[in-house]
Design a protein around this ligand. Structure first.
Ligand SMILES: Nc1ncnc2c1ncn2[C@@H]1O[C@H](COP(=O)(O)OP(=O)(O)OP(=O)(O)O)[C@@H](O)[C@H]1O
Length: 308
């Protein structure tokens, strides 16, 4: 769906920020861009919607070279959500969400219907929030409006630049959960920038680690955490990477199938890192039970290092 072919970007005469980048994002995929500050994450995102132009190389969306599309037209088909939300302060929440549909000539009734639907989807009750102004909303609520606005033009592609980084950890957690749910239902291709590895692991179908102008690794979170491609990635994902990896799995994913009776058991749906914690407090072995309480497997320490 989105393809970068041999893309290089340099600002002025400085060394390239991005050098010979090849990257493919499949239709409906959520790809996370992550890397140290200044490694070119936002630059890569802005190249996709042509807020900036590559020094060399080609960027395709849906097989079409973006250089051949009028930038304004291109951006109309790409939702863009940034950290400093950029809602219009003098417009109501409804009007903010309806900005693009009103430019493209959608009728007022249809616009409002769409805005109501989108606000509900991002967890804002339209009757409560639609008539308010941005200053009357919390940071997290404003961020939700930003997402609703980006979706209002029904773009095939969504670009998100650290959308949740300006809110407190609890709100961020709630936004992430809701966003995951939303993502499953909207079927958009999403490129999402973050500097937070936990967010990357939680949200990404695949994670692209950028550093020193190059793609250091582009893999699923599981592979990234279990088999970092080099020391740069290993140090970036952190010493606790195996625990992070387990947090994405359940007891069912790591158990060996067996029946029998066990003194201590955990449910199959328990996150694997929590099952490990229980195992460390138990003596040797744990049973794993299904939703009816039947033993379907067992866990030993050696089961936790196997899978990626
Ligand atoms: N318009 C510009 N002119 C010159 N240099 C720029 C410009 N925009 C970005 N840069 C430089 O390019 C590099 C990459 O910037 P970019 O914003 O893409 O990084 P980033 O990975 O998104 O960083 P952060 O995580 O800190 O937001 C930085 O060294 C930055 O100073």
């Amino acid at each position: 769906m989105i393809e970068l072919r041999n893309v290089t970007k340099r600002y002025g005469t400085s060394p390239p920020v991005l050098e010979n980048i090849d990257l493919h994002v499949a239709q409906g995929e959520l790809v996370i861009l992550i890397g140290p500050s200044g490694c070119g994450k936002s630059t890569l995102l802005r190249l996709v919607n042509r807020l900036i132009e590559p020094t060399s190389g080609t960027i395709l969306i849906g097989g079409q070279d973006t250089a051949s599309v009028d930038p304004v037209e291109l951006r109309r088909g790409i939702g863009y959500v940034i950290q400093s939300i950029g809602l219009f302060p003098h417009l109501t929440i409804f009007e903010n969400v309806e900005v693009v549909p009103s430019i493209t000539g959608v009728s007022k009734a249809k616009r409002r219907e769409g805005a109501r639907e989108l606000l509900s989807r991002v967890g804002l009750e339209p009757d409560t929030f639609g008539g308010r102004y941005p200053r009357e909303l919390s940071g997290g609520q404003q961020q939700r409006v930003g997402i609703a606005r980006a979706l209002a033009a029904d773009p095939a592609v969504l670009l998100m630049d650290e959308p949740f980084s300006a809110v407190d950890p609890l709100t961020r957690d709630a936004l992430q959960e809701q966003f995951l749910h939303l993502k499953r239902t909207i079927g958009k291709t999403i490129v999402f920038v973050t500097h937070d590895i936990d967010e990357a692991v939680k949200l990404g179908d695949r994670v692209c680690v950028l550093g020193e102008g190059r793609v250091q690794q582009y893999d699923t979170p599981q592979v990234l955490l279990h088999r970092p491609a080099n020391s740069f990635v290993a140090s970036f994902v952190g010493e606790d990477r195996e625990l992070k990896r387990l947090s994405k799995l359940t007891a069912r994913d790591v158990m060996r199938s067996t029946s029998g009776s066990f003194e201590r058991t955990v449910p199959a749906t328990l996150a694997a890192h929590l099952a490990l914690s229980k195992l460390l407090g138990a003596d040797g072995e744990l049973g794993v039970t299904d939703e009816h309480g039947r033993v379907i497997g067992s866990l030993q320490l050696t089961d936790f290092g196997q899978r990626a």
